[in-house]
Every structure is written in structure tokens, then in C-alpha cells.
Design a protein around this ligand. Structure first.
Ligand SMILES: Nc1nc2c(c(=O)[nH]1)N[C@H]1C(S)=C(S)[C@@H](COP(=O)(O)OP(=O)(O)OC[C@H]3O[C@@H](n4cnc5c(=O)[nH]c(N)nc54)[C@H](O)[C@@H]3O)O[C@H]1N2
Ligand SMILES: Nc1nc2c(c(=O)[nH]1)N[C@H]1C(S)=C(S)[C@@H](COP(=O)(O)OP(=O)(O)OC[C@H]3O[C@@H](n4cnc5c(=O)[nH]c(N)nc54)[C@H](O)[C@@H]3O)O[C@H]1N2
Ligand code: SF4
Ligand SMILES: [Mo]
Length: 699
């Protein structure tokens, strides 16, 4: 007898509804849920791999401790007690403690509601996280313009007639800071009503291939394109449409002169797009039909990430598309996170690298290895890594690995012995993915409809297993007990969720939400900016001084070129997820995906043929990798996917190790970062590429 369970897939931001068919504890099938209010039956190949994660024979089931003779299993109480004793002894010795939080934590509402307890018990100051390798420029810009780090405007694709995607690849990523499951069909529907998709990307991506137009752009130069589009949009005057004009502050008057200072040909030259592209895109975006411009990783993880996100907001504003049906709008989800968490902050932090920006109390991860290896009393000696793999995800992985060896105590919450957790003293593994519940916590505020969905655990917890949140809460209690302090009253995640749901405008209880297993649909997005602005004076801050100044700094870069070097960018694939799905046989099957994509002209110049080995070198490292010669990448640019490099000794994911690949981040350079936000620069790394001569290789 099989039973069918409704769930939300927890792997990526699309939050698809799935139907999991079970026979006892065996997964019979995982299918898209056609009745799900947001995903309408869509899933991608990663959803079926949830079964592989659940049943992964390499997954840790009990806490382990690193000893001279290898990893030793412990029971939970012993693990918690030993860790608590060490944490407190280090605290008493005045040792600095820190956290690194990885991406999967953002997909676990329960852990998100509890990990603060653990961080306070450990006394960790500030946090490193995957966010400063990712989306911090968005938070910075949203805070500056709208008054809250999480107040995001997303393209209303279901009613749009034109979407311009700059540096995003939703056909592979399934959308980011834009929860848009079933992207492919939503694009088809837009095209069927006469709408168009335009993609600006150095690579002819999976998204570019379903688009109506693709414009290659030189990595790291989009600011020129965006400033040019804005200049053209404002050429006939900067009058804002009714409804927006009254929301925008006086600084708007400074925008037009700032962008008029640029020469359009110089801008076009800088980003290497054909000269007429800029005015054409500007005209289309301001034609009056509902349209949106959206930018993601390609324009975030670069030197002018915040500047780019600001210009994107300004283009949507200037063309009248902000807060308009079919343009970009601010979701009003079932759980109103924006209304219930603080506005965030923009500060600075002192590090071994000097003063760096600190957005949302983050310490930029570009400084992670430095803070672990500094030689004063501020060196980090206690480190907790929660669902993260910074050895593969942060710039200069080899240096990160060396730095992790300096720690007095490292604890990883992870279900695998990974490139990172193999350096830990203790690894605390969570239960399987089907044993936990799920809520669309951070993604309702980014979704293309006003929505939310809760799913209960599909399976009962295996004997002796714990969810991430329980590990965090119980370890926090053990530390407090070790200090002789009373344990505070912890709300369970479900209690917190219920309270937050009831306090939201929709006002539903968790029980009511749970009664709708296909998700709760509150309808399409609606204009609402007037009531949402959270700046002190409740206006939209069009031209914050820091961003205007940054535009000036960019102007000084206009004629700089890295002579001779190739520009290295990353890429994502629909069957990978950052570093951690390579242990699923069904996801890694087929030809090797960790290749160096290179344009035929660049390959010919170096005597490289398809499949031959090349050595790729940057300022920080060198890797050897097979070349994939393809017209799908523009000349002068090469690409390696990130999240590979599983050849490191002692990892537990055997299938991943058999498909090791190389780590892109052994080449990326932590010296490169966004000056406004501290976010890492992960694309546009200058590299040289040379053929690996067989004779040399054999020596
Ligand atoms: N060059 C380059 N580097 C990049 C990027 C890029 O585009 N280019 N992208 C960046 C981005 S956007 C991100 S978000 C980061 C990601 O960076 P990280 O979050 O540091 O890395 P992940 O690969 O997501 O690793 C997640 C880890 O969590 C574990 N894990 C998975 N699920 C769970 C769970 O439920 N509980 C626990 N406790 N552990 C779990 C996995 O085994 C894995 O070890 O990488 C960044 N790095
Ligand atoms: N299948 C899959 N899905 C994922 C993930 C995954 O690893 N695999 N990761 C998840 C995570 S953590 C995130 S943050 C999202 C990311 O979601 P996206 O941002 O949509 O995904 P990326 O593939 O990083 O897309 C960035 C695009 O920018 C391009 N690019 C690089 N440099 C430049 C540049 O200078 N200018 C321009 N215009 N383009 C540039 C790249 O070629 C690439 O196509 O995806 C999420 N979803
Ligand atoms: S698109 Fe994302 S949420 Fe949807 S099935 Fe794939 S991994 Fe899961
Ligand atoms: Mo990410």
C-alpha cells in the first residue's frame, strides 16, 4: 500500500509543490503537484533526488568526533556535553567565536527561528555567511531605497509584456530572489500574448536560448549598460508617472544629471554591446507596455553589485514600471516577514583586512580566511559552520582550508564529511529531508503571487535522529547548563510560525494553513508601495549619496581593460545545487559537467581542441580542467561551474568524489569585492589559460 504526501521541495528558491509517494519508508515516486497554487505541477530533476538524499548511504546518522585514529561516533548527549565544555572553556579564555551560515539554512524555517539561541549561547559576534557571496547588494539597495533590507520588488511575469534579465539564468537556477516556479511555461505564456524575453549575459545560457534576444556583455561591465539605459530613458525629461512621483524624495532630481555625465558611446564600448542596443532597450522598457528589468548573480557578485541593483531599481522607476501590474511589485505574502523582522542595518566592521562594510551585521566572507588566521587576540578560535561548505563556495578555497586548521574548536552541522566539515572537531548531522516540516518562510516575500505553504514531515524521524533546529536548541541549552545558567523558554518553530502567521495581515493560523496542502493563494501581486515604504520619512530614496558617489567611482573605471587576460565566470546547471547534490547518482550521470567553456577563437589561439586539458591560472591559484569548445560563450570569456572540487581527501560523499571536478573558487580572489557592501566578486576573474602538454603531464 502506498500513500501520497504533499510537500514543498526545500532545495531551491522556486519552492515547488511535490507529491511524494511512499511505501513504508521507501520513496516510490516524487512528482510535481499539479494543484499547487504556485508551481502548477512543475518540478526539476533535483526534486526526484530528494529520495537520494533521504536514503544516501554516505549520509552521517550520528554525531562524529575527529580523533587521531579517525572519526568516532558519539551519542547526542555526549556530543553536546563535550562541545559545551569546550565552548565554555574557550569563552572563559577570552577566545573569539564566530559562525558561518550556508545556503540550505535559508530553506529551513525551523532552523532560522532557532539558530539565534545557539549563536547567543556561543557568544559569537557577527556572522559570516553565503549571503556575502551572493545577494547582499540587493539587501543594501533595498535598505537604502525602500527602508528595509528585505523589501524586494519582483517581476510580475504573469502579466508582463517584456522582461529583461541581466546576469540571471532561471532556466538553470529556477529563479533567485524571484520565486518563479514553472519559469519556462510562464515565459511561454508571456510570449504567446506577444511579450518578449531579453537576456544580457556573457554566455548563451539555457535562459538566453528560450529568450527572444540575447546580448553578450563583457563580465563586470553591466554598470555601463544600465547607466546608459537610464540615460536614454530620461533623455526626454525625468517626470515620474502619477502614483510614483508623490512617493519619491527630492534626491530624484540628482539622478538625471548623474547619468547624463556619461558619454553613451564610451558606455557601449566599455560593456562591448553593439551601440544601438542601449537606446533600443531603453525605448522598449519605456514604451508604456508593462515591462521589467531584473538582475541577479551576474550583476550582484561583481565590483559594482550595489550600484547595479540601484540602477535596475531606477530603470523600473523611471519607466513607470515599478509597483505596477506587469512591472515589478512587492509581494504581500501569507507570512509578512518584512513587517515582523527588523529593517536591518548598514555598518562597518573592523577586520584583519581593515574596515569593511557590514550589511545586516554580516562580516564579509571575503575576510573569512584572514579572520581565522590573524595573529592577534582577535583570531577566531571557535567556529560553528551551519549547513555551509565555504571551502568550495568562498574565494580562495585552499587558503580557507589552511586557515580552518588553526581552530581550537570547529563544529559543523552537516550530514556529510565535506571539503569543509572534514576539518571540524565535531560534525552534528540533521535528519533526512523527508523527516522535517517546511514553510516558505523567506520565499513568500519573493514570489510571483501572494502566497505561502506549509508541509508537515513526510516520514517519522528515524530512531535517534534530530532536526537541525533541535540540534541548535539542545546544544544551546547544554552550553547554558555548562555555564550554570537556567535554560530560557524556547518557543518551538511551530509555535513561532503560528504566531508570525497570525500577526500577518492575512492573519491565518498554522492549523488553517496546514489544512491547505496545495498552498494558500492570496492572489496576484498588487501595487502596494505607498503603504510599504519603511524609510524614516516614508519616501522612496531615489539617490542615496553613497550610490551617487559610487557612480562617480565607476566613471573612473570606464577605460580600464585587463590586457591579455581572459575573464572567468561561473555557471549553474539544473542538476547541481551549489556544492551539495553531487552525491546523487541520477544527478551526476552523463558527460562530465565540470568543464572549461571557451570560445573557438580563444581555443584556437592557444592550440586547444575540445576535450583537451588546459591549465587555468589566476592570482591565487591554478587548476587543470578539460576544455569544452563552444560558440555559446563570448570571445574573451571562459566559464567553470562552481561547487565542484570533491577530490579532497577524506570526504564522505563517495559519488561526488568519483565525479570530483575542480573548484572554481580555487581561482577566485578574495581581494576583489564590492566596496559598498563587502560582497565577494565571483565573476570576471582575470585568468590565463594554457594547453597542458601531454609530455609535461607525464613527467
Ligand atoms: N565562484 C562562485 N562561488 C559561489 C557562487 C558562484 O556563483 N560562483 N555562488 C555563491 C552562492 S549564491 C551561494 S548561496 C554559496 C553557497 O555556499 P554554501 O552555503 O557555503 O555552500 P553549499 O554548497 O550550499 O553547501 C551547503 C552545505 O550544507 C549541507 N546541507 C545541505 N542540506 C542541509 C541541511 O538541511 N542541514 C544541514 N545542517 N546541512 C545541510 C551540505 O551537505 C553542504 O555541505 O556559494 C557561493 N559561491
Ligand atoms: N540548479 C541550480 N539552481 C540553483 C542553484 C544551483 O547551484 N543550481 N543555486 C541557487 C542559488 S544559491 C542562487 S544564489 C541562485 C542564482 O540564480 P541565478 O543568478 O539565476 O543563477 P546564475 O547561474 O548564477 O546566473 C548568473 C548568470 O550571470 C551570468 N554572468 C556572469 N557574469 C556576468 C556579468 O558580469 N554580467 C552579466 N550580465 N551576466 C553575468 C552568468 O553567465 C550566469 O548566466 O540559483 C539557485 N538555484
Ligand atoms: S525547481 Fe527547485 S524547488 Fe522546484 S523541484 Fe527543482 S529544486 Fe525543487
Ligand atoms: Mo545563493
Amino acid at each position: 500500500m502506498t500513500t501520497v504526501h504533499h510537500r514543498t521541495c526545500h532545495i531551491c528558491e522556486a519552492n515547488c509543490g511535490v507529491l511524494v509517494e511512499m511505501e513504508g519508508r521507501k520513496v516510490v515516486s516524487i512528482k510535481g503537484n499539479p494543484d499547487h497554487v504556485l508551481s502548477r505541477g512543475h518540478i526539476c530533476p533535483k526534486a526526484t533526488a530528494i529520495a537520494d538524499l533521504q536514503d544516501d548511504p554516505d549520509r552521517l546518522r550520528r554525531p562524529v568526533k575527529r580523533t587521531d585514529t579517525g572519526w568516532q561516533e558519539l551519542d547526542w548527549d555526549t556530543a553536546f556535553r563535550e562541545i559545551a565544555q569546550k565552548v565554555v572553556a574557550l569563552q572563559d579564555a577570552g577566545a573569539r567565536a564566530a559562525f558561518y551560515r550556508g545556503n540550505p539554512g535559508a530553506h529551513d524555517y525551523a532552523l532560522s527561528t532557532q539558530s539565534g539561541y545557539l549563536q547567543r549561547a556561543v557568544g559569537a559576534r557577527g556572522t559570516f555567511s553565503a549571503s556575502t557571496l551572493d545577494q547582499i547588494p540587493h539587501h543594501y539597495t533595498q535598505y537604502q531605497m525602500y527602508g528595509h533590507v528585505s523589501l524586494a520588488a519582483v517581476p510580475d511575469i504573469d502579466r508582463s509584456q517584456l522582461i529583461v534579465i541581466v546576469g540571471g539564468n532561471p532556466m538553470a537556477s529556477n529563479g533567485s530572489l524571484w520565486t518563479v516556479p514553472d519559469f519556462r511555461n510562464r515565459v511561454k505564456e508571456m510570449q504567446a500574448r506577444g511579450g518578449r524575453l531579453v537576456v544580457i549575459d556573457p554566455r548563451n545560457t539555457e535562459t538566453a536560448k528560450v529568450a527572444d534576444e540575447w546580448y553578450p556583455v563583457k563580465p563586470g561591465t553591466d554598470t555601463a549598460l544600465l547607466a546608459g539605459i537610464l540615460q536614454c530613458v530620461l533623455a526626454d525629461g525625468d517626470t515620474l508617472r502619477d502614483g510614483l512621483a508623490e512617493l519619491v524624495d527630492d534626491s530624484w532630481a540628482q539622478v538625471k544629471p548623474a547619468v547624463d555625465a556619461f558619454d553613451l558611446d564610451t558606455l557601449a564600448n566599455h560593456c562591448a554591446v553593439p551601440a544601438d542596443t542601449i537606446p533600443t532597450l531603453a525605448a522598449e522598457l519605456s514604451s508604456g507596455k508593462p515591462a521589467a528589468i531584473y538582475g541577479r548573480m551576474g550583476v550582484s557578485v561583481c565590483e559594482f553589485g550595489a550600484l547595479n541593483q540601484w540602477l535596475i531599481q531606477l530603470i523600473n522607476l523611471a519607466t513607470g514600471n515599478l509597483d505596477r501590474e506587469g512591472g515589478t511589485m512587492f509581494p504581500q505574502p501569507l507570512l509578512d516577514l518584512v513587517g515582523q523582522v527588523g529593517k536591518g542595518n548598514i555598518k562597518t566592521v573592523e577586520t584583519a583586512r581593515g574596515t569593511l562594510p557590514s550589511v545586516m551585521s554580516e562580516i564579509p566572507t571575503i575576510a573569512f580566511a584572514d579572520e581565522l588566521s590573524r595573529d592577534d587576540d582577535q583570531r577566531i578560535r571557535t567556529l560553528f559552520v551551519i549547513a555551509g561548505n565555504p571551502v568550495l563556495s568562498a574565494p580562495d578555497g585552499e587558503r580557507t582550508e589552511e586557515a580552518l586548521e588553526n581552530l581550537d574548536l570547529m563544529v559543523s552541522m552537516d550530514m556529510h564529511i565535506t571539503e569543509t566539515s572534514r576539518h571540524a572537531h565535531y560534525i552534528l548531522p540533521p535528519c533526512g529531508p523527508l523527516e522535517k516540516d517546511h514553510f516558505t518562510f523567506f520565499f513568500g516575500p519573493l514570489a510571483v503571487r501572494n502566497f505561502g505553504a506549509y508541509s508537515p514531515p513526510t516520514l517519522e524521524m528515524e530512531e535517534g535522529a534530530k532536526a537541525d533546529w533541535e540540534i541548535a536548541a539542545e546544544l544551546a541549552q547544554a552550553i547554558l547548563a555548562e555555564k550554570g545558567k537556567p535554560a530560557p523558554n524556547f518557543d518551538t518553530p511551530r509555535e513561532r510560525l503560528d504566531a508570525m502567521l497570525k500577526a500577518s495581515p492575512a492573519g491565518m493560523s498554522l492549523a488553517e494553513v496546514e489544512a491547505q496542502p496545495n498552498g494558500v493563494d492570496l492572489g496576484p501581486l498588487e501595487p502596494c508601495l505607498k503603504n510599504r515604504l519603511l524609510t524614516a520619512d516614508k519616501t522612496l530614496h531615489a539617490a542615496p549619496p553613497e550610490l551617487l558617489e559610487e557612480l562617480g567611482r565607476f566613471a573612473g573605471r570606464l577605460n580600464e581593460h585587463d590586457e591579455g587576460a581572459l575573464s572567468l565566470i561561473g555557471r549553474r546547471h539544473v542538476r547541481s545545487n551549489n556544492s551539495w547534490l553531487h552525491n546523487s547518482k541520477r544527478l551526476v550521470k552523463g558527460p562530465d559537467r565540470c568543464t572549461l567553456m571557451m570560445h573557438p577563437d580563444d581555443a584556437a589561439e592557444r592550440g586547444l581542441a575540445d576535450g583537451e586539458m588546459a591549465s587555468v591560472a589566476s592570482r591565487v591559484g591554478e587548476v587543470e580542467i578539460a576544455v569544452e569548445v563552444t560558440e555559446d560563450i563570448m570571445p574573451g570569456v571562459v566559464s567553470i561551474p562552481h561547487g565542484w572540487g570533491h577530490h579532497r581527501k577524506g570526504v564522505s560523499w563517495q559519488t561526488a568524489a568519483d565525479h570530483a571536478g575542480v573548484s572554481l573558487n580555487d581561482l577566485t580572489d578574495p581581494e576583489r569585492y564590492d566596496r559598498l557592501t563587502g560582497n565577494a566578486v565571483l565573476n570576471g576573474t582575470p585568468v590565463t589559460v594554457a594547453k597542458v602538454e601531454a609530455a609535461v603531464a607525464a613527467e
